[in-house]
Design a binder for this molecule. Structure first.
Ligand code: GLU
Length: 439
């Protein structure tokens, strides 16, 4: 059975980059009728916060990315301790005592000599007496002893991968203060939870190499891996610094619709075109992880708004009935209000502007050369309340009196009545106006 997991650390809000990971894992599980686990990687007590864990769940719910169960790493520490014991028993775990400064110095020396900055395993040469003496000074941290051979896997996105374990430092799995690090916790979880597919960003490729060896040392079978490319800005610039403003909650606050965001992210960077979909089920159907490319993927927030607008244009009145009522639109004109404005909004919040206009009128916009024309036209305005015939009757009368026609006739009136160059059909605008327009 297919099992995937989305494993954020609750140390911040989810952003578009995280969403790619969440969505791919979700789609794979759902397409296969499998299980999608939300795993909170919260072994760092200092940086993990409940409010972020709540926010992550809220953001996923907003998108409709439902999970089958939540797992918290902080509740599985005994499992990680057991795995650490097993690795010790197998001779694959060793205690080290270098301080961060010492390690930094070693790295610098290696780099100066043109060597890769790989941990030199000097802790392996310590005698038991050395270790005793060092333990009295500071607590030891624990590294996994890599087998120095090539580590290979067939990545579902990157294709065949081969990493020389000798070019990678033995990973630290437990810190001096006893904190279990992500690599160990993740491997134990993926193995025990029988995760079949791990999809994550390509910044994890090196981790994958070491994780495969740790899994094997623990008697597990590595899952399939897929490393998706990282997002860049529209010009190819690094997005990392701007991700803060691209959190899912910010996008939500700016009016982006879930299906617009999901439709874009489920295709961006793949060989398939981005098309607005009506439901997650449609996205699930067409999803294929192997269609994604390894090249960095350009993300432009601006692409979300035309999709959002198209999503809104297609919504039936029932889907917005409550929101429209909340704006104060009377029930008897609410369906027509929606018919008239839906093609003239980009985000839901734009509805309010149209309603204010219909209710209170707009600040008239009149070009100097149209002043006399508009004043004359307003004198010819039909009696209020208006109906479907008002605009036709009005413009016929104005045309007759002034001789203007076409754009010369209509645009100054539109600007004077709505204050905007664009908008719904004027016949509809007139019929919805709650007060006669004034100059
Ligand atoms: N907590 C890790 C991260 O957010 C999970 C990576 C993984 O999927 O294994 O980077």
């Amino acid at each position: 059975m297919t099992v995937t997991r989305f494993a954020p650390s609750p140390t911040g809000y989810l952003h578009v980059g995280n969403l790619r990971t969440a969505l791919f894992n979700y789609l794979i599980a759902r397409k296969a009728g499998g299980t999608f686990i939300l795993r909170l990687d919260d072994t760092d007590p200092e940086r993990s916060r409940q409010e972020y864990a709540d926010a992550i769940q809220e953001d996923l719910e907003w998108l409709g990315l439902t999970w089958d169960r939540v797992e918290r790493q902080s509740e599985r520490l005994d499992r990680y301790a057991a795995a650490a014991d097993a690795l010790r028993g197998a001779g694959r775990f060793y205690e080290c005592f270098e301080t961060p400064t010492e390690l930094d110095l070693k790295r610098k020396k290696q780099l100066n000599m043109g060597k890769p900055p790989v941990y030199d395993r000097s802790a392996l040469k310590l005698s038991e007496a050395d270790r005793e003496a060092l333990r009295a000074e500071r607590p030891g941290h624990w590294r996994f002893l890599l087998d120095q051979e090539r580590i290979e896997w067939d990545d579902l996105i990157l294709g065949p991968q081969s990493i020389d374990a000798a070019s990678v430092s033995d990973p630290v799995l437990i810190r001096g203060d006893g904190q279990v690090l992500y690599t160990l916790a993740s491997v134990v979880d993926d193995t025990e939870m029988r995760v079949t597919h791990v999809v994550r960003g390509s910044d994890h490729v090196t981790n994958t190499a070491t994780q495969i060896q740790i899994m094997q040392a623990l008697g597990g079978t590595p899952p399939s891996f897929a490393h998706h490319s990282l997002l860049t800005g529209a010009q190819g610039e690094a997005l990392s610094k701007r991700l803060g403003t691209l959190s899912l909650r910010d996008l939500r606050a700016r009016g982006v619709e879930p299906m617009a965001l999901l439709s874009l992210m489920a295709r961006l960077g793949s060989a398939d075109p981005v098309e607005l979909r009506g439901s997650l089920d449609e996205l699930i159907e067409g999803f294929d992880i192997t269609r994604f490319g390894a090249a960095p993927t350009k993300f432009d927030e601006a692409d979300l708004y035309p999709l959002t607008a198209r999503h809104l244009h297609a919504l039936p009145f029932d889907a917005v009935r409550d929101e429209i009522a909340a704006l104060g639109v009377p029930d008897d004109i609410a369906p027509r209000f929606w018919e008239v404005v839906r093609e003239n909004i980009t985000v839901r919040a734009d509805m309010a502007g149209w309603w204010t206009l219909f209710r209170d009128g707009a600040q008239a916009v009149v070009a100097d050369e149209d002043r006399a024309f508009v004043a004359q036209a307003f004198d010819l305005m039909p009696a209020f309340p208006f109906d479907d015939t008002s605009w036709g009757a009005w413009t016929s009368a104005v045309k007759e009196a002034t001789g203007r026609k076409g754009k010369q006739l209509f645009m100054p009136l539109r600007l004077a009545v709505t204050g905007r160059e664009r908008g719904p059909e004027m016949a509809d605008v007139m019929a919805l106006l709650q007060k006669p327009p004034r100059l």
